[in-house]
Design a protein around this ligand. Structure first.
Ligand code: SAM
Length: 112
C-alpha cells in the first residue's frame, strides 16, 4: 500500500518549501481549511479554491481576515487560470479538489 494521509503530508511540504525556497502555495479543494492554515504557516501567500458554495461559506470563519490567505470560490479547472497571473514566485501546488461522499463539509463526523 502507498502512503495515505488526510490533508497535505506536512513533512514533504516542509521539505519542498525549504529546499525550493517557496514563498507561495495553491490548494484546490479548501474543505475545512486545515491544509490552508498549515500551508500558510510555511509560506507567505496561499491561494485556496473551493467549488462547493456551502463549504466555501462554512469555512469562512476560519480563514477570512487571515493575512496572506486568498479564498476563491469556483471550480479549480477555471479558477486556477485566474490565479496564475498573480503567482510571480515559485509555488507549491496541492491539487486536492474532488467530490466527497456526503457532498460538502458538514460530514456526519463534524456534527458529533
Ligand atoms: C478532500 S477535500 C479537500 C481537503 C483539503 N484540501 C485538505 O487538505 O484539508 C475535497 C474538496 O474539494 C472540493 N471540490 C470538489 N470539486 C472541486 C473543484 N472542481 N474545484 C474546487 N474544489 C472542488 C470539495 O467540495 C471538497 O471541499
Amino acid at each position: 500500500m502507498g502512503h495515505v494521509t488526510h490533508g497535505i503530508p506536512l513533512d514533504l511540504a516542509t521539505r519542498l518549501v525549504e529546499s525550493q525556497q517557496l514563498r507561495a502555495a495553491v490548494e484546490t479543494g479548501t474543505f475545512r481549511g486545515d491544509t490552508t492554515l498549515a500551508l500558510r504557516a510555511l509560506v507567505n501567500e496561499v491561494w485556496t479554491v473551493e467549488a462547493d458554495h456551502g463549504t466555501y461559506l462554512e469555512v469562512a470563519p476560519r480563514l477570512v481576515g487571515q493575512p496572506g490567505i486568498h479564498r476563491l470560490e469556483g471550480s479549480s479547472d477555471t479558477v486556477l487560470a485566474s490565479i496564475a497571473p498573480e503567482l510571480t514566485m515559485p509555488a507549491l501546488y496541492w491539487l486536492d479538489a474532488h467530490s466527497l461522499p456526503w457532498g460538502h463539509a458538514s460530514s456526519p463526523s463534524s456534527t458529533t
